[in-house]
Design a protein around this ligand. Structure first.
Ligand code: ADP
Ligand code: ASP
Ligand code: MG
Length: 300
């Protein structure tokens, strides 16, 4: 396997021009190839879901929120996308908003008798657009970007009332999609997937982009997984509610798993196991303070 790392950038890390420019500097400093997994722009997933609720109440003002989000994405493109790709990325954003999102919201708003499972499918298809749009912007930031589409290889199967990753099918598809790891910045969406049988768009759960990155790191035998977020590392407690919290420089997978299970939101709990099983170090780093040492999570 070729030496490479997987770097995941969360919602705040792709949420503004300032953070996207930091992302660019961080990624440009890496040896290529590198895999960059991105979340939706901060807050947009919540907005997409809130708009689903509004549309079901036949409240068409959700389309106003969509226009605000369109502007936010276009402003980001103007701020960060390279000249040669800017027009194309603007057009991509408009196409997804006009041809997919608007159509889906209008379908929800105008079909009072839509069956519940159909509503669920439509909302899953809608919420996937957060990562689809942000990844188009990030891929447009690098001359040597190689865009991937996680809908093509992340597969889920039903599990009780929820769903779980189908590891076998995902492994087959990931290995084929990333078979020729050409040098460059490989950009993939976190969170999004498809149902193995139906092909319907699904997702890995809220906060699931960390898990996407861990799955890719594990299946492609990455040298390391980096979780780039908005705090200086994995801390003794949530700094939002515990200002006295300090960064933990080194943790074991077991310690990290325990803290994640207890609610430390900095890493989505299912993320740890696949990388722990392959002894892949996990770094937690701050996009807004990249020189801070961060946290490394290792065997012992
Ligand atoms: P991202 O959008 O990058 O995935 P998240 O909001 O999911 O970021 O996770 C980062 C947030 O997790 C931090 O802003 C912090 O408030 C919260 N958090 C909760 N517990 C911890 C902890 N133990 N260490 C660090 N951050 C924590
Ligand atoms: N965008 C998704 C969410 O907000 C996934 C993620 O950010 O990890 O939950
Ligand atoms: Mg997160």
């Amino acid at each position: 396997m070729i030496a490479m790392k997987v770097m995941k950038f969360g919602g705040t890390s792709v949420g503004s021009i300032e953070s996207l420019l930091n992302l660019r500097n961080i990624v440009n400093a890496q040896t290529k190839p590198v895999i960059v997994v991105v979340s939706a722009m901060g807050g947009f997933t919540n907005q997409l879901l809130a708009m689903c609720e509004q549309a079901q109440q036949r409240d068409i003002s959700c389309l106003d929120v969509l226009e605000t989000a369109r502007k936010r994405h276009h402003d980001a493109i103007d701020g960060v996308v390279i000249d040669s790709m800017r027009d194309e990325v603007h057009a991509t954003i408009d196409r997804f908003i006009d041809e997919s999102l608007k159509t889906y919201y209008l379908a929800l708003a105008t079909n009072p008798h839509m069956p519940v499972d159909e509503i669920g499918r439509l909302c899953d298809a809608i919420v996937a657009h957060g990562e689809i749009l942000s990844s188009a912007i990030v891929a447009g930031m690098f001359e040597d970007s190689v865009p991937h589409l996680s809908l093509n290889y992340m597969r889920t199967v039903p599990d009780g009332t929820g769903r779980v990753l189908d590891w076998e099918e995902t492994e087959r598809l990931v290995k084929s999609d990333f078979a020729s790891m050409t040098d460059g910045v490989h950009v993939a969406q976190g969170f999004i997937s498809r149902d193995k049988e139906s092909g319907d768009v699904t997702n890995l759960g809220r906060g699931g982009s960390d898990f996407t990155a861990a799955i890719l790191a594990a299946l492609l035998e990455a040298d390391s997984l980096e979780i780039w977020t908005d705090v200086d590392g994995f801390m003794t407690a949530d700094p939002r509610t515990h200002p006295e919290a300090t960064v933990i420089p080194t943790m074991t997978y077991e310690q990290a798993q325990q803290m994640c299970d207890a609610g430390a939101k900095v890493i989505y709990p299912p993320t740890i196991a696949p990388v722990a099983a392959r002894h892949i170090p996990v770094w937690v780093k701050n996009t807004f303070n990249p020189s801070a040492p961060g946290t490394v999570i290792i065997d012992n």
